[in-house]
Design a protein around this ligand. Structure first.
Ligand code: TK8
Length: 340
């Protein structure tokens, strides 16, 4: 254990110093392997850039022995299809929404609780803390290994029908939601005609007006070019959405401890890069979307409060579904972070 950790530290240090990790990597138990890594967004997005960072980190830490081949734009399938490929062992790794994982691990719905986190600091602390780890651990019994959380971000609403200034304005809007009951129930309760659809089908659905709207972070609205097919953007910040890096457990269990350590270290480095990059992009994305001609409005505090009250039963349902123990734990964690 100690020796392995020392090997990894040596590896990392050598890589950091640019000294080449040949000696250490040779000493470590690392074989030549090809790793297929899938993700849903295009290459030129926060998800694509962080994946590239992961590819590079793995190459560096393994002295080129572990080769990650990245497949963007859902070319290996939607989130749900990739999750199943990982479970079956037909694909090694992916990054995608936690929201699409609830069919496999229902407790993941915890992260879908509307307005759970007030800011990124709370999200980082809870996701990287014991509750976040507990949910990652739960994936194991389903054949998945959860490595780390990335930031997708706070979600906001776009549509083609009308500016959404009040709760009532959502009425009848055909709104694409992720394949997840919390999202479905939330937007149905708010009066929209919520329709679950995979992300890979979304742009076409918006373009052909099969749906009127969708909700995603500013980054994705910009980089997936939704501004080309959506007129109105309403700043709602209704929920913080994490992404999660996953590995096939079938495959992971066959790796040496050194190989697992390299992948874990690279995943953490990619996560830290991703969060910073995503936040920088989010900070300028709204302005760019306005520049592209989107009509932007921000929900007033009063309207947000009305929405929160209306969907309180959904929050209660998530609490009941994930269980009192987990729910209380996350509330305690939040109270602790908020007190700091
Ligand atoms: C990308 C999705 C996306 C998510 C969604 O594969 O589906 O709307 O926000 O990021 O995971």
């Amino acid at each position: 254990m100690k020796i392995l950790r020392r090997t990894l530290i040596a590896l990392t240090t050598a890589a950091l110093l640019g000294a080449g990790a040949v000696g250490s990597a040779a000493a470590a138990d690392v074989k030549s392997r090809m790793i297929r890594f899938g993700y849903g967004l295009a290459e030129d997005t926060n998800q694509g850039r962080a994946t590239k960072r992961f590819v590079d980190e793995v190459a560096k830490l393994s002295d080129g022995k572990l080769k990650v081949r990245a497949f963007g734009a859902a070319s290996l399938g939607s989130d749900v299809q990739m999750q199943n490929a990982l479970i079956g062992g037909a694909q090694e790794m992916m990054v995608g929404s936690t929201a699409t994982l609830v069919g496999i691990t229902p407790e993941m719905a915890l992260w879908d609780t509307p307005f759970l986190f007030a800011n990124e600091k709370e999200a980082d602390a809870v996701l990287d803390g014991p509750v976040g780890q507990k949910l990652l651990d739960k994936l194991q019994e389903k054949g998945l290994v959860g490595l780390v959380y990335w930031e997708n971000g706070f979600r906001n609403l776009t549509n083609n029908k009308r500016a959404v200034n009040s709760l009532e304005d959502l009425g009848g809007i055909k709104l694409r939601v992720m394949q997840n009951n919390v999202f479905l129930d939330t937007f149905r309760t708010l009066g929209a005609n919520a329709i679950p659809l995979s992300f890979s089908e979304l742009f076409t659905a918006l373009e052909t007006q099969a749906v009127d709207g969708q909700e995603n972070p500013f980054n994705t609205i910009l980089t997936s070019k939704f501004y080309e097919v959506q007129k109105y953007l309403t700043v709602t910040n209704h929920v913080y959405s994490p992404w999660v890096m996953l590995a096939s457990k079938k495959w992971w269990d066959k790796l040496s401890k050194d190989e697992q350590d390299i992948l874990m270290q690279a995943a953490r480095n990619a996560r830290d890069f991703e969060r910073q990059d995503t936040r920088e992009e989010a900070a300028r994305a709204l302005g760019e979307l306005e520049g592209k001609g989107m009509m932007v409005n921000t929900l007033t505090g009063d309207e947000v409060q009305r929405m929160r009250e209306k969907i309180e039963p959904i929050t209660q349902k998530v609490a009941a579904d994930v269980g009192a123990e987990l729910w209380n734990e996350v509330q305690q964690e939040l109270a602790r972070v908020r007190a700091q």
